[in-house]
Design a binder for this molecule. Structure first.
Ligand code: EPU
Length: 419
């Protein structure tokens, strides 16, 4: 298993190009299953998760080409059955279920199970499919959904932690080919949902309201091939912003969308980090001494759970107490004990982490537990004195395109140790 060796204490300086969004690309890739015609998707990040989605599409019968960030898919003849061995490796693969159900009226997909950040149920996805008229059966670890015809319906998809991103995506994709009008109330408002709706509309779907809590889908008989460019990755952008602030550097982000990052920018401003817009770019630097801030993760447009760990790595560096409350995933604090190995003082109290910042960090070997926790450990390693070895970085490779190369171009002393 590869690891990163980081010699900390270097301020990051220079420009970084933000890649296409992983979490927008995955459901868009799944949506190509809704038509037998050719779809071309640009700015697809080259990650182990997107490579894995390619394998899933191929296993279902699609012809796929993935070259230089452009993905061409032709899903002329596909099957409705997705194997456990494929689905268990990536929870996001559940979003093939909506397109299969929409196009074939049948989907048999292995239940994805939980993961390190929480239980991650799919009850809301299933509630939506049932509302569209699908009959659901759970047997032998698989969920089997079938319908003679899908019929548009009004449904409420809010759950314990608010809206569901992939649940909204799944239902939107199935409803695109249903008979009649579907209204999704308490829909996820994330930019990735808007991007998916734009792609579906380019395919001939009739979707309005994406980006708001009420999405209206008027079903059509058929969808056609389309071309699309994936939005920039707001989580990667936030990660580089925080890395710039943590190392007291100055980094220009190219190609990121400030309108997708309002909550992150607001909290960074409060922590005394300046984000200046220069044309299409954003320049990030500290305004002075970092300040402690309280952060609560929420569905969009609130502060994203996918940036919670990275923000914690920054707040560890400020003198003062910051309270970070995680409202989306119950177990997303695995990075706390690893940050402690670098010298951070953090206590967990229920859904909150109390960060007693300002203690000097010194390098140590640490273990990455999930994608965003890994990013937090890299940030902390860049800011710490001495050498930090981040083990198990295959988690990072799932969601960050060439993170080590991008950081090296900003001056970081980081190398990949291959095993
Ligand atoms: N939930 C339910 N029932 C459901 C679905 C979700 O109770 O049927 C709960 C979840 O347990 C959680 C909350 O609702 O408490 C939100 O989960 P959501 O369904 O929105 O998460 P997701 O769609 O499975 C996507 C991203 C995650 C990101 C979350 C939240 C992809 C592939 N994954 O997951 O990304 O954290 O939305 O924004 O888009 C990551 O990139 O590191 C990552 C984990």
């Amino acid at each position: 298993m590869d690891s990163f060796l980081i010699k900390g204490g270097v301020a990051l300086r220079g420009e970084v190009e933000i890649s296409g969004s992983k979490n927008a690309a995955l459901p868009i890739m799944a949506a190509t299953l809704l038509t037998g015609e050719t779809c071309v998707i640009r700015r697809v990040p080259d990650l182990s998760d997107t490579r894995f989605m390619v394998q899933i599409l191929e296993s279902l019968g699609a012809q796929v080409k993935f070259e230089n960030g452009t993905l061409t898919v032709r899903a002329q003849k596909i099957k409705a059955y997705a194997d456990y061995e494929l689905v268990r490796k990536m929870r996001g693969s559940i979003c093939i279920m909506g397109p299969l159900l929409g196009r074939l009226h049948r989907a048999r997909v292995s239940l994805p199970g939980g993961c390190i950040i929480g239980a991650r149920p799919i009850n809301l996805h299933l509630k939506g499919f049932a509302a569209l008229g699908a009959k659901l059966k759970i047997e032998g670890g698989y969920v089997d959904a079938s319908a003679k015809k899908l019929r548009g319906a009004t449904m409420f998809l809010g759950g314990r932690a608010g809206s569901t991103v992939l649940g909204t995506a799944n239902v939107m994709m199935a409803a695109a080919l249903a008979d009649g009008v579907t209204v999704i109330e308490s829909a996820a408002c994330e930019p990735e949902i808007v991007d998916l709706a734009n792609f579906l509309n380019a395919m001939g779907a009739k979707i309005s309201g994406a980006g708001s809590p009420t999405i209206i889908v008027t079903g059509v008989e058929k969808l056609r091939g389309a071309e699309h460019e994936v939005i920039p990755d707001r989580i990667e952008a936030a990660t580089f912003m925080i890395a710039a602030a943590a190392t007291n550097g100055e980094v220009t982000l190219k190609g990121a969308r400030p309108d997708h990052l309002r909550a992150v920018i607001d909290k960074l401003n409060e922590a005394n980090v300046s984000i200046e817009r220069k044309g299409a770019n954003m320049v990030v630097r500290r305004k002075g001494k970092l300040k402690a801030v309280d952060v609560t993760t929420l569905p969009h447009s609130g502060f994203p759970t996918d940036v919670q760990a990275q923000m914690m790595a920054l707040l560890v560096l400020t003198s003062g107490i910051s309270i970070i409350t995680e409202r989306i995933f119950e177990a997303r604090f695995m990075h706390v004990s690893e940050l402690a190995r670098l010298g951070a003082d953090i206590e967990i109290e229920g859904p909150s982490a109390i960060v007693k910042g300002g203690k000097p960090l010194s390098g140590a070997p640490v273990m990455a537990s999930d994608l965003r926790a890994s990013a937090a450990l890299v940030i902390a390693g860049l800011a710490a004195k001495g050498t930090t070895q981040v083990n198990r970085i295959y988690h990072l490779d799932r969601g960050y395109e060439q993170m080590d190369a991008k950081l090296r171009r900003l001056g970081a002393r980081i190398e990949r140790i291959q095993e």
